[in-house]
Design a binder for this molecule. Structure first.
Ligand SMILES: NC(=O)c1ccc[n+]([C@@H]2O[C@H](COP(=O)([O-])OP(=O)(O)OC[C@H]3O[C@@H](n4cnc5c(N)ncnc54)[C@H](OP(=O)(O)O)[C@@H]3O)[C@@H](O)[C@H]2O)c1
Length: 298
């Protein structure tokens, strides 16, 4: 089968390329095409049509998104152009070929007022432009397609791009003392685990499994950013990625003002994706060790 992955150099797309390059049975079975934004700009309908004509996909995986949460507050049009209208273009192109779409969304579609992990059917209420644009993208996918797997993920980190793990390590290399937000709770997700799960879902779809809908995929356990930072620094110190464990203190959201408001609690329940697709939640502590060891060797 021809699998078209939209996005090539982002965190998730890079991890997907790694997973595929390590699993020969996957490359033997399917041909994977990765389209960077230069080649396939989802905001432009013509660009989407041309790429679909070129690759003749049987299944599409959309990893592309406008992901700058704070900047989106000022670049509303750009965020909507990619995250809503881009999704619409991709969904229409999939509908025209009658093929399924695996689309990635976010925990930021929720307000953060829940007391227990969010289930896929829970009420959405985004608090910022990025979350709203991703919510509208989900709506477009559901409007135009019946064959879709929307995977909401959260707090994604990897060996690639900008993410919290890499930012914390950079910060600790520059500063001895700083505060980290302790009143926002979520479940970190190693992009390598999500990539592996997407490959398994693609494979199941190619074998005839049709379990369409919205699913949640994140780590199995919740932490605050401060607790996550402590895990990062402990492993970074053990693996000599930083010289010394920094002097960090827990701070409140009000002490770290950002342009975009964020949910205080965005942990999501992984049960549905496990029940339907048999994929296990991200083992983020193991993923963190991989990323730290990668930092050590680079
Ligand atoms: N990172 C997180 O913490 C997080 C949390 C929850 C959900 N998610 C979701 O997970 C998915 C993957 O995120 P990620 O962390 O891999 O993001 P990322 O590293 O920022 O990568 C996003 C990719 O989207 C591409 N892109 C942007 N605009 C595009 C356009 N108009 N047409 C085609 N491609 C375009 C970018 O390509 P260029 O580099 O060429 O511009 C980039 O490769 C996204 O849907 C995101 O919303 C991420």
């Amino acid at each position: 089968m021809n699998i078209l992955v939209i996005g090539k150099y982002g965190q998730l797309a890079s991890c997907l390329r790694d997973v595929i390059s390590m699993q020969t049975e996957i490359t033997d079975k399917h041909v994977w095409h990765f389209a960077p934004s230069k080649e396939l700009n989802i905001s432009e309908r013509k660009s989407v049509q041309q790429a679909f004509a070129k690759f003749s996909p049987d299944i599409v995986v959309n990893t592309a998104a406008y992901t700058q949460v704070d900047k989106a507050e000022e670049e509303i049009e750009q965020a909507i152009a990619v995250n809503q209208l881009g999704c619409k273009n991709v969904a229409i192109a999939c509908a025209n070929l009658n093929i399924p779409l695996i689309h990635i969304s976010t925990d930021y579609v929720f307000s953060g007022d829940n007391q227990s992990p969010y289930s896929p059917g829970d009420k959405t209420c985004p608090k910022n432009v990025y979350g709203l644009s991703k919510y509208l993208g989900e709506q477009e996918v559901m409007t135009y397609l019946s064959q879709f797997v929307i995977i909401r993920t959260a707090w994604v980190f990897s060996e690639y791009g900008n993410n919290f793990v890499r930012s914390m390590i950079n910060l600790a290399q520059q500063k001895r003392q700083f505060g980290v937000v302790n009143d926002q709770i979520g479940n970190p997700t190693y992009a390598g685990d999500l990539a592996l799960s997407i490959v398994d879902i693609v494979d199941a779809i190619s074998s005839g499994t049709k379990k369409w809908g919205i699913f949640h995929y994140n780590g199995a356990t919740s932490v605050s950013w401060y607790e996550f930072a402590k895990e990062i620094f402990a492993l970074a110190e053990q693996n000599a990625v930083i010289d010394e464990y920094p002097d960090i203190s827990p701070i409140g959201t009000e002490d770290y003002p950002t342009l975009a408001k964020r949910p205080n609690f965005s942990a999501m329940c992984n049960d549905k994706i496990f029940e339907r697709w048999r994929v296990r939640p991200s083992d983020w502590k193991r993923g963190l060790l991989k990323v730290i060891r990668h930092q050590q060797s680079s």
